[in-house]
Ligand binder design. Structure first.
Ligand SMILES: C[S@@+](CC[C@H](N)C(=O)[O-])C[C@H]1O[C@@H](n2cnc3c(N)ncnc32)[C@H](O)[C@@H]1O
Length: 232
């Protein structure tokens, strides 16, 4: 496997299991989850070539809350956050009771911030530096993948590559955000090329992109994004 374990088994004062034992996880409300994710630090030096756009707390909390409360895909499961950046989705997964959670990203600076966020929120999450394209896990060792992959605006086809790998390694479900403009393409490749059993758009969202890069002219723009659930 082509990865480097980055800050092995970062453990906060309260592990997610202890929280579950105390009944906290099961009482986690959507608003509480969103509030906690709001305190997370995001990319200090965002890298355009890696398409580093953070998922805001509103969308991140709804993605993971829906995955657990509607489909039972998080609590007690092995969950992976592909392209975890500063850890938002993975941390949400840990707060919703994932048994074991891993975050994969190619960028060491983002993983450093993710590690600080993991400590701040006091959850368990292993952070692994690797290129998701080269991830070769033996079989479906992960139950659920949650991800906001690069959309392919700078790295052509990377959104499809993330989806392909996710559908290979997950046994239960893959949750992913993709531009609404790519809906038909994503559905076709998931079902035809990556052998997904099903591909369903759960909802259409407005993804806020703040002014982060030099070429951004406006203070903020939002883009239409689909929240997908795929069954491998
Ligand atoms: C759109 S951002 C999402 C970040 C984070 N998951 C979130 O939701 O806020 C995409 C992330 O994918 C990472 N990334 C880009 N290409 C990658 C690759 N080939 N392998 C692993 N991570 C990659 C970037 O560094 C970035 O953190």
């Amino acid at each position: 496997m082509n990865f480097e374990l980055w800050g092995v088994s970062i453990r906060g004062r309260n592990s997610s299991r202890v929280l579950a034992h105390e009944g906290f996880i099961f009482e986690m409300k959507l608003k509480q989850l969103e509030g906690l994710l709001g305190s997370i630090q995001q990319f200090p030096n965002p890298k355009l070539e890696l398409e580093q756009y953070p998922t805001g707390p509103h969308i991140a909390s709804r993605l993971v809350y829906t995955a657990e409360n509607t489909f039972g895909d998080v609590n007690g499961k092995v969950v992976a956050d592909f392209g975890c950046g500063c850890g938002t989705l993975g941390i949400a997964g840990a707060l919703m009771g994932a048994d074991y959670i891993m975050g994969f990203d190619v960028d060491s600076q983002s993983l450093e911030t993710a590690s600080q966020n993991v400590e701040l929120i006091e959850v368990d999450m292993d952070l692994i530096q690797c290129n998701v394209k080269n991830l070769a896990l033996r079989g479906q060792v992960i139950n659920t993948v949650i991800m906001n992959p690069p959309f392919g605006t700078r790295q052509k086809g990377i959104d499809a590559e993330f989806l392909s790998v996710a559908l290979k390694v997950a046994s239960q479900a893959v949750y992913s955000l993709h531009k609404t403009s790519t809906r038909e393409h994503i559905k076709r490749i998931a079902l035809r090329d990556f052998n997904a059993k099903s591909a369903e758009v759960l909802c259409e969202l407005r993804f806020d992109v703040p002014k982060m890069y030099k070429f951004h002219k406006k203070k903020e723009v939002d883009i239409a994004v689909d929240l997908w659930r795929f069954v491998p």
